[in-house]
Write a protein that binds this ligand. Structure first.
Ligand SMILES: [Zn+2]
Length: 422
């Protein structure tokens, strides 16, 4: 029970052992914990997840699903060892599959892990006869090419938050030029206009017609003749009140010709426009990012885990997420929903979220039951020799360093000579 609850509560044995020492509690030894983890815990969590995953997948049989996918590296960029790739159903937010990858299995290239994770995840869905009609990811090049080559019949959308953020970055670049600083008060509105255009438009043409309107609007022109002479177009906002005090300066086509030129280079950028079809369904992967925070509770960044332990700690996060995904909202005595407020340091604004009832962790006794049965039925016990499971990256290479390490005594000697020189 001690070993299992160490894992299910996202704890680390070393820290708990220290806590017990300070409290003068006698607990199991580190060796026993790790033996128990290796012999029983890993396979039990795997089996419990398999069972939950089968139930989730079969509940979607016969439906056409929108799924979102995103990867999370255990540390940024090239130094990452592990990547967790999650695929979630868009409406219910249930996790359909979760893959954990080690960089030893992708030629030691951290950057390949996300693509391989995506490939394995979507394959898992296909193998289980899940009909996917749309996939939502961020704009990852490798994933884009898999979708085009292997799944051309599935609609591919990109996370609109990423696009809005990139647009903001590109606008931020042009206002670094002194002459363009008149645009600064407009930046937020331009990005909002992008969100608006994506939410309104159903086709590229429709998007473009709304989107490029910003170049007219900013010069206080709210109706204009189309360039092909095919008619008149206009802003979609209500008529402006001329007496209203303006916070943002209008631009003049004559005085600010260069500014408008720089702005339109961003607004009508060919690469940017070529991606518009990915945003028209107005999708985000924000819910997976929320789940990635939960993974952190189970796999804290400062600790090193072996591949199977990293995997089951991720799976425990997924089990926790799926088990609690339909939690009801908390209400007070009068039946009103309770909210808690939250301050966003970045936007410097307060917002409110409905409170949910506390988690019950009802799956923990179920896992415990499976675990105890496994122990009772096992005739050999924890003394048995364990072989690395198939696909364990430690079969490919024992260490993370690209070459095998020198012996410890050789490192000690090298260190001593280095210090003698001083
Ligand atoms: Zn306008």
């Amino acid at each position: 029970m001690f070993a299992l609850s160490t894992l299910t509560s996202g704890n680390n044995f070393g820290k708990l052992a220290l806590w017990a020492k300070h409290m003068n509690f006698k607990i199991m030894s580190s060796t026993s914990f790790h033996k128990m983890q290796r012999t029983y815990l890993i396979s039990t969590v795997d089996e419990y997840w398999e069972k939950q995953q089968r139930e989730v997948l079969s509940s979607f049989e016969g439906h056409k699903l929108i799924v979102m996918g995103d990867g999370r590296n255990d540390s940024p960029g090239h130094s990452a060892q592990y990547c967790s790739y999650t695929m979630m159903e868009y409406d219910s937010k249930k996790i359909l599959t979760l893959r954990t990858l080690d960089k030893r299995s992708t030629d030691r290239k951290s950057t390949n892990m996300e693509k391989v994770g995506f490939e394995q995840a979507i394959q898992k869905l296909t193998d289980n006869n899940i009909a996917v009609e749309e996939v939502v990811t961020d704009a990852h090049l490798g994933i884009g090419s898999i979708m085009k080559k292997k799944y051309p019949e599935i609609k591919h959308s990109h996370d609109i938050w990423h696009a809005a953020k990139n647009l903001g970055k590109r606008l931020g670049k042009i206002v670094k030029k002194k002459a363009n600083q008149i645009l600064i008060p407009w930046l937020k509105d331009i990005v909002n206009h992008f969100w608006f255009a994506c939410s309104k438009a159903d086709s590229y043409e429709e998007f473009l017609s709304i989107w490029r309107g910003v170049l007219h609007h900013i010069t206080n022109k709210h109706e204009w003749i189309l360039s092909q002479g095919t008619g008149i177009n206009g802003c979609l906002h209500d008529p402006l009140d001329e007496n209203e005090v303006r916070e943002k300066p209008w631009l003049s086509t004559s005085d600010h010709a260069r500014v408008l030129q720089d702005l339109s280079a961003v607004i009508l950028d060919k690469r940017f426009l070529s991606k518009v079809s990915y945003y028209l369904n107005y999708r985000t992967t924000a819910d997976i990012e929320v789940f990635h925070q939960l993974i952190l509770m189970y796999c804290a960044k400062r600790f090193a885990y072996t591949p199977p332990v990293y995997r089951i700690r991720n799976l425990l996060a997924a089990i926790d997420h799926n088990y609690h995904s339909n939690r009801p909202l908390k209400t007070n005595k009068d039946g009103e929903i309770r909210y808690h407020r939250c301050y966003n340091k970045k936007s410097k604004r307060w917002s409110v979220f409905p409170e949910k009832v506390a988690k019950t962790y009802g799956y923990v006794p179920e896992i415990a039951e499976m675990l105890y049965k496994k122990r009772i039925k096992d005739k050999v016990g924890m003394g048995k020799k364990m072989v690395l499971e198939e696909g364990d990256p430690r079969r490919l290479a024992k260490h993370l360093a690209p070459e095998s390490p020198p012996s410890t005594s050789a490192i000690v000697q090298a260190k001593q000579t280095r210090f003698k020189r001083k």
